[in-house]
Design a protein around this ligand. Structure first.
Ligand code: KE4
Length: 424
């Protein structure tokens, strides 16, 4: 038994499924998970000393790869003066200002996870509008708060549980589900629920059913519908924020939401997330307004040090990093297409699909061949490339993925996809 398997056996005795987040269990790819010992730049090392070029990148936070020296040093210096005070520190303001500068948001509240950011943004939308219902999209994932575990993506889809047990039906009934890239399905919900819908929450680039980019006009149509029916538009930019552009998907697609949810990159790899938006809305949050939201470790110095350094590094490099990420992503996309495998890609975010064509909707995604994906996953691992262990996730490319490693990955893709392309 190798070390990963031994550690997995130990973990399963005291942790459900041996993991602290379901998708890590490798169930969709039918093998034991790797236990990781460390990472550096674009490489991770497992407990048995095997090294892999990493495209999970902790599910997106690591735009500059593992153990980025400036980020590690910023945290190391900060924690020498204490880990957490439960009191305001000046660096939190600096991080909030970085987010506002990049995105056009006017106010920010720091929280600890993307789940908290999305949950809080929805509560704020309900408090601001006085309405109870929300619209989400099937296949989109916004964390594991009760009302959002309805037709959810990511690990819910991977585990074939888009509607989680334990969510009261009465509560789930407040969540209306539309089809991604289908404006009419959103309009129909507004018309069927006049004056009742507080917000529409969307991943501006869906990345939890695999990557499914917004069709031309889809995001602007959400903006128009929310304005027409008096609802707020929430962009869940936990994945896309600072990844698809410096100002996130809002900048890339030219649509400004009323509220943003951020996570992953804004925390630099530490547990930090945020929700943000227009001042008149954010002022409804306690202690100023009546929408309560709180957190013991919200804005803690250690996580803020990582997030602030990350956003400073991005701001300093914003003119060069996005073209660089675009080029790396395009190289990988070309490799999949050359192997006859359709791909959806937005910048450094991409997913291959074992299907006749790249999906444009949740329905299309359902037709992809999950068995072919599992075979691809194992073949890539055998060739030293670590991708997400689920067809409903994305590949995350970092600025640290070297030309040589991208080249090696393209070779692995050609070999791993051999005979798996649908119709091949
Ligand atoms: P967290 O609570 O996991 O920090 O963020 C929830 C979340 C919110 N919004 C979007 C668009 C997200 O993708 C996520 C979390 N992403 C998944 C991977 N697709 C996290 C991985 C996991 O659950 O282990």
């Amino acid at each position: 038994m190798n070390e990963s398997s031994r550690l997995f056996a130990e973990a399963k005795k005291v942790i459900p499924g041996g993991v602290n987040s379901p998708v890590r269990a490798f169930r969709a790819v039918g093998r034991d998970p790797l236990f990781i010992a460390g990472g550096y730049k674009d490489v991770i090392e497992d407990a048995d000393g095997n090294r892999y070029i990493d495209y999970v990148m902790s599910w997106g936070p690591l735009l500059f790869g593992h153990a980025k020296e400036e980020i590690v040093s910023a945290v190391a210096e900060t924690v020498k003066r204490g880990l957490s005070f439960g009191a305001p520190t000046g660096r939190e303001t600096a991080l909030a200002e970085e987010i506002c500068f990049a995105t056009g948001a006017e106010m920010v509240r720091l929280v600890n996870s993307g789940t908290e950011a999305c949950m809080s943004a929805i509560r704020l939308a309900r408090g601001y509008t006085g309405r109870d219902k929300i619209i989400k999209f099937e296949g989109c994932y916004h964390g594991h708060s009760d009302g959002l575990l309805v037709k959810a993506g990511s690990g819910c889809l991977t585990g074939a549980m888009p509607d989680s047990a334990g969510v009261p039906a009465a509560y789930a009934a407040q969540t209306l589900v539309a089809r991604y890239n289908d404006t009419e399905s959103v309009k129909a919900l507004f018309e069927a629920n006049p004056g009742e819908i507080a917000c529409v929450i969307a991943e501006p680039v869906a990345a939890n059913m695999g990557v499914v980019p917004p069709e031309e006009g889809f995001l602007p149509s959400l903006r128009k519908l929310c304005d027409r029916y008096g609802a707020l538009l929430i962009f869940d930019e936990v994945i896309t924020g600072f990844r698809v552009a410096y100002g996130g998907a809002a900048e890339r697609y030219g649509v400004l939401p009323d509220l943003f949810a951020f996570g992953k990159i804004v925390g630099g790899g530490m547990p930090l997330a945020a929700y943000a938006g227009r001042r008149e809305i954010m002022r409804c949050v306690a202690p100023v307004g009546k929408v309560y939201q709180a957190g013991t470790l919200s804005g803690n110095p250690a996580a803020v040090a990582a997030g602030l350094k990350m956003l400073e590094l991005i701001r300093e490099r914003k003119d060069s990093i996005y073209p660089l990420l675009e080029e790396k992503g395009a190289d990988l996309e070309r490799a999949f297409r050359a192997a006859g495998v359709p791909v959806n890609r937005v910048g450094s975010l991409l997913s291959p699909f074992f299907a006749k064509a790249a999906p444009k909707s949740y329905e299309d995604v359902q037709r992809c061949d999950a068995h072919a994906f599992a075979a691809y996953f194992s073949r890539m691992l055998e060739r030293g490339v670590y991708v997400a262990p689920s067809p409903f996730e994305a590949m995350f490319v970092s600025a640290e993925h070297t030309k040589d490693h991208i080249g090696k990955t393209c070779e692995a893709i050609a070999q791993a996809c051999e005979g798996l392309a649908v119709g091949s």
